[in-house]
Structures are given as C-alpha cells and as structure tokens.
Design a protein around this ligand. Structure first.
Ligand SMILES: C[S@@+](CC[C@H](N)C(=O)[O-])C[C@H]1O[C@@H](n2cnc3c(N)ncnc32)[C@H](O)[C@@H]1O
Length: 258
C-alpha cells in the first residue's frame, strides 16, 4: 500500500478510535451474528481478526476461539481495542500492528481469519486476500463482511462519492461477483454467503468521521442534489432540513482455503 494511503487511513481512524468502540453499528447486529454463527461452525483454535478497529469482532471471536490475534494498521485503534477487550475480561486476545498487504504471521498459522467492515479501505484487495489465504491453514475459513457494491453504476458512483467525501480513506466497495473472483483467484472457495441490511444514522455516521461543518454541509447538498433513484437505492431518509439515515447492504462470505 502506498505511504500516502497508509497515512490517510491512520489519520482517519487514529482520531476516531474511541468513537469506533462506542459505535452501535460496530458493536453488534445481524451481521456480526451471521459471522459468529459461521465462526462457531469452524471451531477455530487460532483466529486472526484483520482490521480489528474498535475490537468488537475480536472480542466476539474470543468466546469461540482458543486464541485470537487482533490486527490493525492504526496503533491508536489497537490501543483502544486492547483497553475495550480487556475491560470485558477476555484474556485470550493478543494485539499486532501492521498492514494486511504484508501480514506478519507464518504460513498456515490460523484456523480462521475474520475481516469485518474494513476491506473498502484496502488499496489492493487482491493482495489482501492472497495474504489471508497464506496465513490460513488448508481447510481454514475466511469470514468476510464488507459493504456491498451496487450493481447500478450510477448508484454505485453516487455512494462512493458520498463515502469519500465523508472519509478520504474509503477506496471502494465491491460487488459479490468481484469478491468471489478475488477469493477464487487466491485459492479460497466460497461455501456460504448472505446479505444483511445495516442502517447508518446520519449524525452518528458523519460525526464519527470528524467532518468539518463546511464539509458536512457540502456533503448534504451533494446528497440532496443527487438523482432520486440514487438516494432511493440506499433508502436515504430526508426531512426538509436534515438527513436522518441511509441503509447499506453488507455482503458476508465464508470462503475456505482449498
Ligand atoms: C471500521 S474499522 C473496522 C471495524 C471492525 N472490524 C469491527 O468489526 O468493528 C476499519 C479499520 O480498518 C483498519 N485498516 C484499514 N486499512 C488497513 C490495512 N491496510 N491493514 C490493516 N488494517 C487496516 C483501520 O485502521 C480501521 O481500524
């Protein structure tokens, strides 16, 4: 990953780390339950949570796996995740900093790897997936969740623009067929999938990104001026003077190493 993109991610998340621990959308929901159900079926001994953020997925994994490594590019994020996970009494979680492009683990080290609501920040998803494949043991499971790219190019361009205005470290979201191609090319076979809707409450979503008043005003004007069918694709809820929420579809995939 380029140094510039690394700095963008670290600047974006370093200042918002506590807000990710507090975020209700990250703390749980149908999406995390789906991922955990797959995780329980894998019965992992060692599990890796890539891009752990505030640590909610790693904490949930700690109840399923013997050992968990929570991994993230942003050190302040890892620090708040460590405090949060320890405050919940989980003693089987270790913490490691680094880039998914070069995972600092030996080949076949993990029975399961999770990556939840993060891959849209990765500069090179193909490289990331090859790294996940490398650190999984044969037969091990990759449990992925990310924002689903929209099939309509206009709706997809609209939401990518909204995301990038809110968070410059957003790269893009992929459609299911694109994800399946990345996984297949790396030697991972998709054995289950699901799509779960997740509502984003606008004030919380924009607040967590620490937007300036001016940037938020411009973003809201951009949303209001967009074609109605683009807003409708994400179920934007607007009143005369505010944006209340929109809804993302989250893609979940379980892919096992051949
Ligand atoms: C929204 S948070 C993840 C949420 C978390 N997985 C959960 O379930 O609550 C996104 C995280 O991805 C991390 N990240 C982004 N790019 C990364 C990369 N190339 N390697 C590792 N972590 C990365 C960021 O530092 C940030 O902490």
């Amino acid at each position: 990953m380029s140094d510039a993109h690394t700095r963008r991610v670290q600047a974006q998340f370093g200042g918002s780390a506590a807000a990710y621990v507090a975020s209700g959308g990250h703390a749980g929901g149908d999406d995390l339950e789906r991922l955990l159900a797959w995780g329980r079926a894998c019965r992992p001994g060692r599990a890796l949570d890539v891009a752990t953020g505030g640590g909610h997925t790693a904490l949930a994994l700690a109840a399923i796996a013997r050992e968990v490594v929570a991994f993230d590019l942003t050190e302040p994020m890892l620090r708040v995740a460590r405090d949060f996970i320890r405050s919940r009494g989980a003693a089987n979680v270790a913490f490691a900093a680094g880039d998914v492009d070069a995972l600092p683990f030996r080949d076949g080290a993990f029975d399961a790897v999770t990556c939840r609501i993060a891959a849209h920040h990765f500069a090179n998803v193909g490289t990331a997936v090859r790294q996940v494949h490398r650190v999984l043991r044969p037969g091990g499971s990759f449990l992925l969740q990310d924002i689903l790219g929209h099939d309509d190019p206009d709706a997809n361009a609209f939401i990518t623009n909204v995301e990038k205005r809110r968070d410059p470290s957003h790269v893009r979201s992929y459609r299911a067929a694109e994800w399946k191609a990345f996984l297949r090319a790396a030697g991972l076979t998709v054995i289950d999938d699901a799509v779960v809707r997740k509502e984003r409450v606008w004030d919380e979503w924009t607040g967590r990104a620490r937007m300036t008043v001016e940037a938020r005003r411009e973003l809201e004007a951009f949303v209001r001026q967009a074609p109605e069918r683009c807003r409708a694709a994400f179920d934007f809820k607007l009143t005369d003077d505010a944006i209340a929420s929109f809804t993302d579809r989250m893609l979940l995939l379980r892919a096992d190493r051949d």
